[in-house]
Design a protein around this ligand. Structure first.
Ligand code: PEP
Ligand code: MN
Length: 356
């Protein structure tokens, strides 16, 4: 997937990419009032859910196809690009017929390969930007798999939306950020734009600004934020929607850092990190050589490889030392466990006479 294209360029929509609009299209008036205000504030891409995946039946399941006519009107009157969520073949066909500019696949849908494949098949041969939300469960391979299905349909303008992951129970966030997952996604697919959805991640108005800033600081390409002309009366996700005015205020407070401008001191610091990592790997290799010598000794004296007491002492003393040096004990426990596992593997090799 090394020929991915941006879903929107800085020349077209500015930087970062900002997509805003209500969780759901509820009425023509709500859509037009919100859209006009957002366009006034310079928003270039409008969002609204027409078909809503709800946790339980009986909630507001979206206005359906009539909403597409409202989005067409938004496009005509404000010039914004318009986007909506699709979850099956019928949605894709209706959205394409209505001239919707961008589509997104929701978190519940991207967790389902059958549904993503159905969407991919109906997109085959089209040239429309598609955003793939992370699946509800923290499974990077499933997320990449969904992106690949869309890519295999010939779509090149693809972006990922990070909206956090479901965990059981009550937490500060509605969906846990688990930032390491989008960071790993970026490492695997560097050409893929990643957009943060602080609305669904935080689930609360007051978390939108800090989560947006965090995403920008980490180099995300854009934000998708739910905005409603009258959030308290919204038919879905009201506690996380903000007025266009508040959105504008938040966007103006965000600090946008320039990634392209890598300063000299940053380069120097990165060189230090490279050197330290090399030293670490050399020290680890040295430790493994000593481990193999111990393995040889144990073999010569017919001793077993793992001595639980010794391992327990190592673990406790290293964790304590790490804590004294300002690192997390849990972190050091993970490191020592991984080192111990490799040491044991090396000693088993010696035992089996396969030492390299
Ligand atoms: C949405 O963006 O409207 C939506 C339903 O979000 P998610 O799929 O992330 O829950
Ligand atoms: Mn929503």
């Amino acid at each position: 997937m090394n020929d991915l294209q941006p879903i929107a360029t800085a020349e077209q929509v500015g930087r970062p990419i900002v997509i805003a609009g209500p969780c759901s299209a509820e009425s023509e008036e709500q859509i037009m009032t919100t859209a006009r205000a957002l366009a006034e504030y310079g928003i270039k891409i409008f969002r609204a859910g027409i078909w809503k995946p709800r946790t339980k039946p009986g909630g507001f399941e979206g206005i359906g196809e009539p909403g597409l006519e409202w989005l067409k009107r938004v496009k005509e009157e404000t010039g914004m690009l318009v986007s909506t969520e699709v979850a099956n073949k019928a949605h894709v066909e209706a959205a394409l017929n209505a001239g919707i500019d961008m589509l997104w696949i929701g978190a519940r849908t991207s967790a389902n390969p059958f549904a993503v494949q159905e969407i991919a098949n109906s997109l085959n041969g089209c040239d429309i930007p598609v955003m793939v939300k992370n699946p509800v469960n923290p499974d990077l391979e499933l997320w990449i798999g969904a992106i690949e299905r869309i890519y295999n349909a010939g779509i090149r303008r693809i972006a990922a939306i990070h909206r956090g992951f479901t965990v059981y129970g009550k937490h500060l966030y509605r969906n846990m950020p688990q930032w390491h997952i989008p960071i790993e996604l970026h490492r695997r697919l560097p050409g893929l734009q990643i957009i943060c959805d602080p609305s669904h991640m935080g689930g609360k108005r007051e978390l939108i600004a800090p989560l947006s800033q965090q995403a920008l600081d980490m180099g995300f390409d854009g934000l998708i934020i739910e905005s409603h002309c009258d959030p308290d009366c919204a038919l879905s996700d009201k506690s996380q929607q903000i007025t266009p005015e508040v959105l504008n205020f938040i966007l103006n407070t965000l600090v946008i850092r320039d990634n392209a401008q890598s300063t000299e001191s940053l380069t120097l610091l990165r060189q230090q990190i490279d050197q330290i990592d090399n030293d670490l790997i050399e020290i680890l290799a040295k430790r493994m050589r000593v481990s193999r010598e111990i393995g040889q000794y144990k073999k010569d004296h017919s001793m077993q490889i793992v001595h639980t007491n010794r391992y327990d002492d190592i673990l406790k003393s290293r964790v304590k030392l790490a804590e004294e040096m300002g690192m997390s004990g849990n972190f050091m426990k993970t490191v020592i466990e991984a080192i111990h596992e490799e040491s044991v593997r090396q000693q088993i090799e010696v035992l089996n006479n396969r030492a390299k």
